[in-house]
Design a protein around this ligand. Structure first.
Ligand code: FES
Length: 185
């Protein structure tokens, strides 16, 4: 006969291992190697990591702390203090609505609120399908085309709310003549 103790279900422990047991991925190691022994390089290193991945993956922060010798609390503290840093993967297309003076006086706020409403997201959010991330930006140096919308590396000038939405329809592969666009980079 089995005792009561023997009938107790075992608690399951799933060993997940040390997420940092492996060395950093090579592309991250290249960035970290550039800043070894530089006590003031934390923000620069985080900027470079974000430029590479499009955001700051959590493990990249842990690797940064370990490899560059910063306390983990400092790395997380700096990363969360500056709102330029993102912690989730961006969408395939990053839409930036310019809020600089020239664009502002030409009603860029209306473009922003129209895109928020049509996409169903707020600033710094990504659509559920992972296609679009909506952001704002200060002057992008194309004031003569104000108001301006930048999608990844393409600048769309002389926008209206309707033309901005058309630009995104084009990116979704929907049939449209599309608005005028100007490459500035
Ligand atoms: S203010 Fe928008 S491009 Fe200069």
């Amino acid at each position: 006969m089995r005792s009561k103790a023997a009938a107790k279900p075992y608690r399951r422990h799933i060993y997940q291992g040390d997420p940092l047991a492996a060395p950093p991925p090579p592309e991250l190691m290249v960035i970290l190697d550039r800043h070894r022994g530089e006590p003031d390089a934390l923000i620069t290193a985080l900027e470079e990591i974000q430029a590479h991945y499009g955001y700051l993956p959590e493990n990249s922060l842990r690797y940064t702390a370990r490899e560059l010798g910063f306390p983990l609390s400092r790395v997380f503290g700096v990363a969360t203090f500056y709102n330029l840093f993102q912690f989730t993967a961006p969408g395939r297309y990053i839409i930036r609505v310019c809020k600089g003076t020239a664009c502002h006086v030409n009603h860029s706020a209306e473009i922003l609120s129209h895109l928020k409403e049509r996409l169903g997201i707020d600033e710094n959010e990504t659509t559920a399908d992972g296609l679009f991330t909506l952001q704002t930006v200060a002057c992008v140096g194309a004031c003569s085309l104000a108001p301006v919308l930048v999608v990844n590396d393409v600048t769309y000038g002389n926008m209206t709310p309707a033309k901005a939405w058309e630009a995104l329809a084009e990116l979704r592969g929907e049939s449209t003549d599309g608005p005028s666009k100007e490459e500035v980079r």
